[in-house]
Structures are given as C-alpha cells and as structure tokens.
Design a protein around this ligand. Structure first.
Ligand SMILES: [Zn+2]
Length: 247
C-alpha cells in the first residue's frame, strides 16, 4: 500500500454524479467520521466501482488524498444489503436512516457507534421480528444519544424522584412525575414507553434489537420521537416524507 493511502471501514451514505463519468461518495467511516471520496470513472459501464458507490454498501475503502477530497483507490464491499434493497418499504426506512446519519456526521470524528447502529438497524429492517416503525424510533433515539442530545428521562425535573415518571417535554428535554404533574405541552408517556426509552438510552448499540412493544406503546414512542426530531433537526429531512406515506 503506497504511503499516503489510508484504509477505512464504512458505509456509503450517498453519492452524487460529477460530470459525465465520475461520482463523489460520502462514506460514514469508523475511523474518520464522514469522508468524501472522488470516484473516477464510477459512471462508466463496467466500472469496477459502480456497485460500490451505491448507498448502504458497507466494507473497507482504500483512499488517498486529493486536492479537495479523498480519492478512492480500491474497495472491498462486505455487505450490499441486498435484502433491504429488494423491499421497497425497507428502502424508504433505510434512506431515512442514512439521511439522519449524514445530518449528524462530521469529518475527522470517530463514528464507530453511529456506523454500528446504522449497520444493525438496516439488518433489523429485514429481520422479520421488528416492524419498521419500531426500528425507526430506536434508530432515531439512539442516534440522538450517540450525538449527546437526548431528554433526561430518569428523574423528575421538579422533585428529583425516579418513580412514576409520566410527563415528558420533548422541547425542554425533561420529564415530570405524576405527583408534580404536567407543566403544559408534555407528552404523557405510558410506563412501557418510558421503559423502552430508558432501555434505548442506556443499552449498548448491540443490545437494542431485543424487544418489541404493543401498538399503543409504539404510537406513544412515535409521538415523542416526532417532536424530538423536530427539536434536534433544524430542517426537515427529505426522506421522512416517504415514510409518512406508508400505511
Ligand atoms: Zn416530581
């Protein structure tokens, strides 16, 4: 390997065409966070890079520095997520997950947790045990946790107690207990929804897809996450509108 080449492990978040034949891919990498890499000839027929430029491709990428971005020297894709790509509903969820990861991705920052979360969430989409709606709320909340922005759902903001917590304010990022009561504008959380949120916040990424919830709990979590996404993302995500059209 020439001296200035670097090997990174990552997933393609998106690619954009450059001119007639080339592409620039954005890769979320474990070692270096967001990496933009120029892929010469990616749009030419029979290019050895054409499939590797597709969103969701996961593997190792050998890159070397160019003038304004990295250049791709070679790639070894380990997972194309073909199963996701063969299921339109899963594709909509996956596209949204990639866009949310891109929203928070920064250059030169370790992104191993986010990459791991993305990988296991894409796998969970076609696992058959978890509805896409559940994978979405788990993915959203854990993404916020990884990025250090999430509500305190462990003790009452008014009296400090840890029991009977019920009123969550996504905007204030706080929760209040039943004795203290709501201040106004809170979402009333079902006990199972509160427990699910605490579980997602505390557990390591690898332990997230181990539970399912009842429909009413899922609706409750969706209600909270919709407002948290509105609070933490200062612009609407394009791919979220596809999901709103799903039954
Ligand atoms: Zn209280």
């Amino acid at each position: 390997m020439p001296q200035d080449q670097v090997e990174v492990t990552g997933m393609v978040l998106f690619s954009i065409p450059i001119g007639d034949y080339d592409k620039r891919i954005s890769i979320l990498t474990k070692e270096m966070g967001l990496v933009q890499a120029f892929v010469r000839g990616a749009k030419r027929p029979n290019s050895r890079f054409s499939a590797a430029c597709d969103p969701m491709c996961f593997g190792s990428f050998l890159i070397y520095p160019g003038r304004s971005a990295w250049n791709l020297a070679s790639v070894n894709i380990q997972n194309y997520f073909e199963k996701v790509k063969g299921d339109l509903e899963a594709v909509y969820y996956a596209s949204y997950f990639l866009e949310l990861a891109a929203y928070f991705a920064r250059e030169n920052l370790d992104a191993s947790d986010q990459l791991n979360l993305l990988y296991i969430s894409l796998s969970a989409l076609t696992d058959g045990r978890f509805p896409g709606r559940l994978v979405r709320v788990v993915y959203e909340l854990k993404t916020f946790v990884i990025n250090g922005i999430y509500p305190d759902v462990f003790s009452c903001a008014s009296c400090g107690c840890r029991e009977d917590l019920a009123y969550l304010s996504p905007e204030r990022g706080t929760i209040r207990c039943r004795d203290c009561g709501p201040e106004g504008g809170e979402v009333e959380l079902l006990p199972s929804a509160l427990y699910a949120m605490q579980y997602i916040i505390q557990k390591p990424v690898g332990k997230l897809y181990t539970f399912t919830v009842k429909e009413e709990v899922l609706e409750n979590l969706e209600q909270v996450m919709k407002r948290l996404v509105g609070r933490y993302c200062d612009r609407p995500l394009k791919t979220a509108s596809f999901l709103d059209g799903l039954p």
